[in-house]
Design a protein around this ligand. Sequence first.
Ligand code: ZN
Ligand code: ZN
Length: 123
Amino acid sequence: MKSIIKKQFIDCSDTDSFCFSLECPECGKVWKSTPVRFSKAGENSFTEEKRIVLKILYEREHAMALEKAAAEAATFFNLCPHCGKMVCDDCFMICEDLDICRSCAESLKETGEPISFAGWVAG
Ligand SMILES: [Zn+2]
Ligand SMILES: [Zn+2]
């Protein structure tokens, strides 16, 4: 599931920190990952060699932050097995036979409760 999330991420990273966002296609809610600061943020050694080193470090930390954000997003988003969309907990229905997104639940005439609601009941 992480690879699907990564494909749908919007990269909001800048030169100082890494951050990714994901939009729920059902309700349009935008989730943002916890920003991770680049370890060399604000570093000002601008020799050509240093720039190359910083660029490599940046790419490495960017990839790590992406992994972390995908793991984080996986706890808030769910993959609908019917339409293949990544929807947020509010739009993902726990149905009797199959857990699917809200619009698929409607079209397949399945009834259920959204995850967030089911969570309150349990919790
Ligand atoms: Zn949603
Ligand atoms: Zn669906």
